[in-house]
Design a protein around this ligand. Structure first.
Ligand code: F6P
Length: 318
């Protein structure tokens, strides 16, 4: 069989490890792999290259994606997907493995619905916002990146008795903020899914200062509100000017952690097994310690909910 692979949407550390896993495992089973460049854009442009064992040498520890990635709004149009189908046929591809987040999966699902072409989705996004799987590739690395930054910030904020606001990624999903906030010992974690009251935050900060607390860390998910506005309002209400740090794309880079590498290897195997066993239109994922695949349509319809138990527990720890 000839399996095509692409990486699409925002890159995530571990995407390369997943591509490597697909290539090496498929080759070991006697099959061929090609990679399309820049996600769905590469299919539309017929831009692909054969992937052999050496194509993925040294890739397991590299962040980003050597196949490059793009968001491809044209793929929302059926006419584009039909062109992609023609290209896949012209390239003699039997199945497509798409690595990415929700938008990537929807593109794959639509391609399948329009053409019946077998597609498999491997979840990779730092946001960990796909409800059908416990984890997406890249989340663990991103959270560790944030923690490294928090450790640095804590040193200096503690030396100067400062309130610090750290803005992390997550437009609709507070998982990075929650995971890095609880494990970084943040005093406040602000996420898009749960409303917060700034007056209450100010009161709690002032109270803690009266009790001798030297510094306070607020982790703010980008979707929970604009960091600059939050800081202006905080200063107006409290008379204290917080420091502001926006981590931005630093979070999305770097060598993947052990957990992301292992997840990438195992999900790659699950995806190739789907192809080899004739299961198309699947999304692969992990629940607990089990790797599984399920209908991609069902998968994209399962919304991610914030873990409110963990959120409430984080509040108790502060
Ligand atoms: O989806 C991953 C993500 O990094 C989000 O956390 C962030 O909001 C967004 O991508 C940034 O998007 P872009 O790369 O298009 O600027």
């Amino acid at each position: 069989m000839k399996i095509a692979i692409l990486t699409s949407g925002g890159d995530a550390p571990g995407m390369n490890a997943a591509v490597r896993g697909v290539v090496r495992y498929a080759l070991s089973q006697g099959h061929e792999v090609i990679g399309y460049m820049r996600g769905y854009q590469g299919i539309l442009e017929g831009d692909s290259e054969p992937l052999v064992a050496t194509s993925v040498s040294n890739m397991i520890g590299q962040g980003g994606t050597f196949l490059q990635s793009d968001r491809c709004p044209e793929f929302l149009e059926k006419e584009c997907r039909l062109r992609a189908f023609e290209q896949l046929k012209a390239d003699k591809v039997d199945a497509l493995i798409a690595i990415g987040g929700d938008g990537t999966f929807r593109g794959a699902r639509d391609l399948y619905v329009d053409t019946g072409f077998p597609v498999i989705g491997i979840p990779a996004t730092i946001d960990n916002d796909m409800g059908y799987t416990d984890f997406t590739i890249g989340f663990d690395t991103a959270v560790n990146n944030v923690l490294n930054a928090i450790n640095c910030l804590r040193d200096t904020m503690h030396s100067h008795n400062k309130i610090t606001v750290v803005e992390v990624m997550g437009r609709k999903c507070g998982n990075i903020a929650l995971a890095s906030g609880i494990s970084g010992g943040a005093e406040f974690i602000l996420v898009p899914e749960i409303p917060f009251n700034i007056n209450q935050i100010v009161d709690e900060v002032k109270n803690s200062q009266r009790k001798g607390k030297r510094s306070n860390l607020i982790v703010l998910a980008e979707g929970a509100g604009k960091m600059e506005d939050f800081c202006v309002a905080f200063e107006m209400l409290s008379g204290i000017k917080p420091r502001q740090t926006r981590l931005g794309f630093i979070q999305r880079g770097g060598s993947p952690t052990y957990r992301d590498r292992l997840l990438a290897c195992r999900l790659a195997k699950q995806a190739v097994d789907c192809v080899l066993e004739g299961r198309g239109n699947r999304a692969v994922g992990i629940h607990g310690t089990e790797y599984f695949d399920m209908d991609i349509e069902e998968a994209v319809n399962i919304k991610r909910k914030i873990d409110t138990d963990l959120y409430n527990f984080a509040e108790l720890l502060n």
